[in-house]
Ligand binder design. Structure first.
Ligand code: FE2
Length: 293
């Protein structure tokens, strides 16, 4: 008979995963058990508090659907998403930022210069830039997945008035590793507050707002995939992002443009704003060994 007591419980539970063949998976589970038990011990967790915690998770599961994950939001508002992003960022390359809950696979493929304006109201923005490696060489096989909210602050998933392809696309950079994309200036928005995370924000008095941003994923064979966001420097919520996604390198100025030739080339009849975003990708790397977790 195995005599379980407070001093051997953690080690016994950790050992229960010894049959997992993958070393990294086994290491992660052992560490998770160790930190969970340490949390309970250090806080002297009571039965009532433990049940309240499980209830919070039950509520998160209850409100989660295929198109809305309360667990992703939980990771974001606890800063875990940003911590993972920051740990994987390499100096000299473009930092990552949170994926957020509104990415949908299968955006329509377009060709640079991309035009997403359609009949969207809002300030017209030309987002332009390049994708390069750490040596400054263009990455000509890069693809960009782009999405943002509309002028009313809503993503297409939240707004039955928008088509499901509104303000999102995929495209390849050109032969110089460059791109141009005509769109509208994004708007700040509130994270969903109708679930348990909303209650957490109410009791803590935290700001539920995210500063306006573009969402961008850059992928290229042989390089690390970049999931990031691009922020508006004039946004009032830049210093209080509910999910801690803002990085200085991801804030780019919006420059007024009124050159007639450029407007004609872009098919615009009015002045517009331009924003530049130059991406630097690090090379792909091997999986992190377990002893460096
Ligand atoms: Fe977003």
């Amino acid at each position: 008979m195995k005599n379980i007591h407070r001093d051997n419980l953690t080690a016994v539970v950790q050992h229960s995963f010894a049959g997992i063949g993958d070393e990294r998976t086994r290491h992660l589970l052992e560490q998770l058990v160790g930190h969970l038990h340490a949390f309970a011990l250090q806080t002297t967790l009571t039965h009532d508090e433990w049940r309240a915690g499980l209830g919070f998770l039950h509520e998160a599961a209850h409100i989660t659907t295929d198109s809305r994950s309360e667990f992703s939001l939980m990771s974001d508002v606890f800063g875990l998403s940003s911590l993972v992003d920051l740990m994987s960022s390499r100096p000299g390359t473009t930092p990552g930022s949170v994926l957020g809950p509104f990415h949908a696979r299968g955006s329509p493929w377009m060709t640079t210069p991309v035009n997403l304006l359609a009949d969207n109201p809002g300030e017209v923005v030309l987002l332009h830039g390049s994708v390069k490696d750490e040596a400054g060489q263009p990455i000509t096989n890069a693809t960009i997945d782009f999405w943002q909210n509309a002028d009313n602050g809503l993503y297409w998933q939240q707004d039955p008035e928008q088509s499901q392809d509104n303000l999102r696309c995929q495209f390849k950079v050109d032969a110089s590793g460059c791109f141009e994309l005509l769109t509208i200036r994004p708007k700040p928005y509130s994270i969903p507050t109708d679930g348990p995370i909303g209650e957490l924000f109410r009791v803590s008095g935290r700001s539920q707002w995210r500063p306006a941003h573009f969402h961008i994923i850059v992928e290229a064979a042989g390089y690390q995939t970049l999931v990031t966001e691009l922020f508006d420097p004039e946004d009032p919520y830049l210093d209080s992002d509910a999910v801690f996604g803002v990085r200085q390198a991801l804030v780019t100025a919006y420059q007024p443009q009124n050159n007639a030739a450029d407007m004609a080339r872009l098919g615009l009849s009015q002045p517009y704003l331009s924003a530049e975003f130059n991406v630097v990708l690090p090379p792909a790397r091997a999986r992190v060994p377990s002893n460096h977790a």
